[in-house]
Design a binder for this molecule. Structure first.
Ligand SMILES: NC(=O)c1ccc[n+]([C@@H]2O[C@H](COP(=O)([O-])OP(=O)(O)OC[C@H]3O[C@@H](n4cnc5c(N)ncnc54)[C@H](OP(=O)(O)O)[C@@H]3O)[C@@H](O)[C@H]2O)c1
Length: 345
C-alpha cells in the first residue's frame, strides 16, 4: 500500500510529533506533505533522513491526499475537514471541532475501534481530548471487567498540552523567576512558573466547569457509548513541560479485589503498571514522556468505600489510581496514527 499523507499543523507541538510517529512506526506512505500557516512556508522539517518543506495551507491542498492528520486548531479544522472528506480524504482531526458531532466517530483504538467507519471513502474521524484519552486508557479495562459506575478525576496538565507557545512561555517564565524577576503571566491568565491553576479553557458561569472538564465528561459518555456513567473532573495546569497526570477515583458496579483490578490493567494493550510501594516509585510525567503507554500506579482500595474493618485486599467497589501519559503521543499524535493504521492497514 502506498498512501499519500498530509500533516496539517506540521510545525506545531502535535504536528511535529505526528511526523515523528509516522517515521517511527514506518507508516506505509508513498508521500508525506507538511502544511502549516503561510508564516511557516518553506520551513524544513527533518523526516526519514531528509527534509520536508512546509507548504502553506491553500485551497485544493487535499487533492490526491488519502489520509490527512489535522492539528492546526479547531477553526482550521472546521474550514478544511468537511471539504477534504467530501472529496474522498480520510481526515483524522485532533481538534475539538467535530468530537461531539453526531455521525463523527470519536476513537481511541484500544477502546472503541469498532466505531470506526468502513474503509474506502472520505470521512472525518475525531481524536478525543488528550486528558480523556489518558483517563480512558486507564479505566476502560476496569469498565470492561467490572463496570464503572462513577469516576472522580483530577488532572495535572503539562504545558505542551497547550502547544509550542505555552512550552516556550513556561521556559521563559522559569528563567525569569529563578533570575529573581517577579512572577509574570506570558501565555495564560495566571503566572505559570512555580505555580498551578484552573485549566485555561473557559469556565462556564452556570456549571462552574471549565471546558476541559466538560470535554472529559461528554467525551467519556460518547466513547463508552454509556451516558449513565457518572463522572466529575477537576482540570489543573501544572508547570510540567510534557505529559499529563491524572488522579482517579472509581466506583465499580461489581466488587473486585485489588489483585483482580491489577490483572485487568496488566492485560490491556497500551497500559504499563508502574506501582512499587516499597520504593515509592509510581507514574511521573518524566517517566511517561516520549513513551507510548499510559502508566498506571498508586493502585489501592479506596478506604472510604471499604466496609468497616475490611482488609484492603478484600473485594470492594472503590479504587484509587494515578495515571501518567504523554499527551503529545497517546493523547494526540500516536492515537491519530493508530487510527490511520486501523483505517488503512
Ligand atoms: N498539544 C497537545 O497535547 C494536544 C493534544 C490533543 C489535541 N491537541 C489539538 O491539536 C491542535 C494543535 O495543537 P498544538 O498543541 O500542536 O498547537 P501549536 O503547537 O500551537 O501548533 C499549531 C499548528 O497549527 C498551525 N496553524 C496555525 N494557523 C494556521 C493556519 N491558518 N493554516 C494552517 N496552519 C495553521 C501552526 O502553524 P504555524 O507554525 O505556521 O503557525 C502550527 O503548525 C489543537 O487543536 C489542539 O487542541 C493538542
Amino acid at each position: 500500500m502506498s498512501l499519500s499523507v498530509a500533516v496539517v499543523g506540521a510545525t506545531g507541538a502535535v504536528g511535529r510529533e505526528m511526523l515523528a510517529v509516522l517515521e517511527q512506526r514506518k507508516f506505509p506512505s508513498a508521500s508525506v506533505r507538511a502544511f502549516a500557516s503561510p508564516r511557516s512556508a518553506g520551513v524544513k522539517i527533518p523526516f526519514r533522513g531528509g527534509d520536508l518543506t512546509v507548504e502553506p495551507l491553500a485551497d485544493g491542498w487535499h487533492k490526491g491526499i488519502d489520509c490527512a492528520l489535522l492539528s492546526a486548531g479547531s477553526s482550521i479544522s472546521k474550514a478544511v475537514a468537511p471539504v477534504a472528506a467530501e472529496a474522498g480524504t480520510v481526515v483524522i482531526d485532533n481538534s475539538s471541532a467535530f468530537r461531539m458531532t453526531d455521525g463523527v466517530p470519536l476513537i481511541i483504538p484500544e477502546v472503541n475501534a469498532d466505531a470506526l467507519p468502513a474503509r474506502g471513502k472520505g470521512c472525518i474521524v475525531a481524536n478525543p481530548n488528550c486528558s480523556t484519552i489518558i483517563l480512558l486508557m486507564g479505566i476502560t479495562p476496569l469498565h470492561r471487567a467490572f463496570g464503572v459506575e462513577r469516576v472522580v478525576v483530577s488532572t495535572y496538565q503539562a504545558a505542551s498540552g497547550a502547544g509550542a507557545q505555552a512550552m516556550a512561555a513556561l521556559e521563559a517564565e522559569t528563567r525569569e523567576f529563578v533570575a529573581g524577576g517577579p512572577p509574570r503571566a506570558i501565555a495564560f491568565h495566571e503566572p505559570y512558573a512555580f505555580n498551578l491553576f484552573c485549566h485555561n479553557s473557559t469556565v462556564d458561569a452556570m456549571t462552574g466547569l471549565n471546558g476541559e472538564e466538560q470535554k472529559m465528561i461528554d467525551e467519556t459518555h460518547k466513547i463508552w457509548n454509556d451516558p449513565a456513567v457518572r463522572i466529575t473532573a477537576t482540570c489543573v495546569r501544572v508547570p510540567v513541560m510534557r505529559a499529563h497526570c491524572e488522579s482517579v477515583n472509581v466506583t465499580l458496579k461489581n466488587a473486585a479485589t485489588l489483585a483482580q483490578v491489577r490483572t485487568s490493567l496488566t492485560a490491556f494493550r497500551g497500559v504499563s503498571i508502574v506501582d512499587d510501594r516499597l520504593t515509592n516509585r509510581f507514574p511521573t510525567p518524566q517517566k511517561a514522556s516520549g513513551g507510548d503507554d499510559v502508566l498506571v500506579g498508586r493502585l489501592r482500595a479506596d478506604p472510604s468505600q471499604l466496609a468497616p474493618g475490611a482488609s484492603p485486599e478484600s473485594a470492594t467497589r472503590g479504587f484509587d489510581l494515578f495515571l501518567a501519559g504523554d499527551q503529545l503521543r497517546k493523547g494526540a499524535a500516536l492515537n491519530a496514527v493508530q487510527i490511520a493504521e486501523r483505517m488503512f492497514l
